[in-house]
Design a binder for this molecule. Structure first.
Ligand code: ZN
Ligand code: ZN
Length: 218
């Protein structure tokens, strides 16, 4: 694995800026990988041995993904929407897993570790570079029971929703007495469908016009 400073530099570039979250995320990932015994997770064969669960969609999550090389599209990155500054590193080969949590104390201690730095964000950034792992993180050895349907590899199952016909992959359908449903049909979704439009109509009319014409009718 590259050293901390070069990982931080490339992570900040990929993320878009250098921030305290990049420092925490890079260090979290380096520690997590060391704990599960993977020193080169971005290349084969280790690339196929690591799954990471991130528990926040904040700056640090990008750094964790960057350093470890895990990706949503490879199913090696799992997002758990907990709002907790933590990530769990699972070695699929050994089955060992460690959850690394960023401590709240580290925020309070930033002034102690970088007293000469002015500005909260700059002070945190520098302090998080200097803090020992034991101050910056808590670590739990954990067990993660990964459903075989959630593992990397080809799609294992496809099911059609009996209400809308949509194909649902990898066992994500909801089983009901009537039959399998997609999640939007079974539980509602993050969106409400205004109406179905053809791609050509949508491109010609433009999104604002489609919305306003619909708003007019409503
Ligand atoms: Zn950031
Ligand atoms: Zn459906």
């Amino acid at each position: 694995m590259e050293d901390f400073e070069s990982l931080l530099a490339s992570s900040a570039q990929a993320h878009g800026h250098l921030c305290p979250g990049q420092v925490i995320g890079v260090r979290m990932a380096m520690l997590g990988c060391a704990l599960v015994g993977l020193d080169n997770p971005r290349s084969l064969p280790q690339l196929k041995k690591l799954i990471v669960y991130v528990e926040m969609d904040r700056c640090a999550a990008d750094a964790v993904a960057h350093v470890t090389g895990v990706k949503l599209g490879r199913r090696s990155l799992k997002f758990m929407d907990y709002g907790i500054m933590a990530a769990t590193f699972v070695n699929l080969e050994t089955g060992r897993a460690f959850r690394v949590l960023s401590t709240e104390e580290s925020r309070d201690l930033a002034a102690l570790y970088a007293p000469e730095v002015v500005g909260k964000s700059a002070q945190q950034l520098e302090a998080y570079r200097r803090m020992p792992d034991e101050v910056l993180f808590r670590v739990q050895e954990v067990r993660v029971a990964i459903d075989p349907l959630d593992l990397p590899g080809p799609t294992r199952r496809k099911t059609a929703c009996i209400r809308c016909g949509q194909i649902v992959r990898d066992g994500k359908e909801v089983h009901t007495p009537e039959g399998p449903l997609c999640v939007p049909c079974a539980r509602g979704a993050y969106f409400t469908c205004v109406r179905e439009v053809s791609v050509n109509e949508a491109l010609k009319t433009g999104p604002s016009k489609i919305l306003s014409s619909t708003a007019h009718r409503a």
